[in-house]
Write a protein that binds this ligand. Sequence first.
Ligand code: NAP
Ligand code: MG
Length: 489
Amino acid sequence: MNEPTPLPAAAKSWDWDPAPESTDHIQLNDHYDLFIGGEFVPSTGGQTFKTINPATEESLAEITEATAQDVDRAVKAARVGYEKYWSRLSGTERGKYIFRIARMIQERSRELAVIETMDGGKPIRESRDIDLPLAAAHFFYYAGWADKLPYAFPNRVTSPLGVAGQIIPWNFPLLMAAWKIAPALACGNTVVLKPAETTSLTALKLAEIIQEAGLPPGVVNIVTGHGQVGAELVNHSGVDKIAFTGSTQVGKQIQHAIAGTTKRSTLELGGKAANIVFADATIDQAVEGIVNGIYFNQGHVCCAGSRLLVEESVQEEVLGKLKHRMKSLQVGNPLDKNTDIGAINSQKQLATIQNYIEIGKQEGAEFFAWECDLPEKGFWCRPSLFCEVAQSSQIAQEEIFGPVLAVQTFRTVAEVIKKANNTPYGLSAGVWTDKGSKIFNLTSQMRAGVVWANTYNKFDPASPFGGYKESGFGREGGLHGLAAYRSLD
Ligand code: NAP
Ligand code: MG
């Protein structure tokens, strides 16, 4: 493969002096209770579990494992919050509370970004520049809609759904909480949220903010714990709507569980996005987009560009430049402002990724990893890729959720569309080309909820996000995100 500058096997392109973000301003309790009815309350079961920093394996705090009884208390508190307070407030009043939350997130963004990085392992650059600004932006955006709902649904009589049960994953903990809570509240619903077990801290900090913002009791409730807590919430008869972001496997279990009930649902599930590079693209820009799509945030992104489909005539150039760029990626301390790739969220997720790497090797694909040094403690995965990947192979079809790219080639537009669409998923895709007509042709033929053109992983609260096929249904964000929390009868 042609590489622009030959590098010694295990040398970095360059080195940075460490620039760690300070943790002095962070205040974490040793123990966190559940947030129910506006108060932090202990569990009826007395069980707790540790949340760790995946970069150091050190314990950060004890989190409460909610029981079925606790979930019941939270749902009942949300019902009281709905009937007694939230459904009686005007949109303008609801909006004021949501604006207040947005402002408080902004004010505390440094603290929240550091906690997000410590609890989940993502680079501080990402939590500081993406998670926090976007979380605040979602609250601002939906606060603005709260008093304008008749304009969102012209000539329709709409009403809130009631109590929303919301279950979120560990890859964007606070941002996912914002995606779920902000539109639900703007539309007049109350909420019981269950964060992922490995990343509960920012949701609990958000509970503190909600308490400080003076929201009426029961409007937002947060129950922590393992998957079982989510299942209790799904099965609770007092919940009117389930909003879930997570794996397709659990999404299917949720659909089974609520079949035959009147509960509504939106499911944001997995993905296996095709990032398509045509020969006429600006290759350097595309390489940066590939890196952004799969390596930043450790590939812990449902819409990660985990498949690279590159036009055969530029394969050598693209792969040469990509490997060169991979060798400049900084893997290590997520709190360091120079870090590109932080820690894998959990030992379990690392084992899943390593298993897929073994599968890829057994399937006969050509493996490349940037053999950089890794810290001794914590969970780490080197940025890696497989070339010559067959369309039918597991690493081209299944979500790895790690910094592992599957590379395939194509010769014609028809071929690339077929390959891009040929997975069980349909969440996102990317296309890199100089020709606008190619972009429009592809976007209209690809079964993907979002298609980025000459960029990747860009988000805005005003644009809807969601999938086709096994990537789920329903949309979050934008005007579409409001429809998921109002009854349009
Ligand atoms: P997951 O195992 O499905 O977990 C998601 C959430 O569901 C967690 O809070 C989890 O709790 C909870 N849960 C587990 N079992 C449950 C059950 N039987 N009933 C109800 N809730 C249950 O997914 P994950 O491994 O945390 O997250 C990674 C997955 O999420 C990937 O597949 C990714 O593509 C997907 N994802 C999708 C989007 C999107 O917008 N489409 C965004 C982010 C992530 P515990 O954590 O305690 O197990
Ligand atoms: Mg953790």
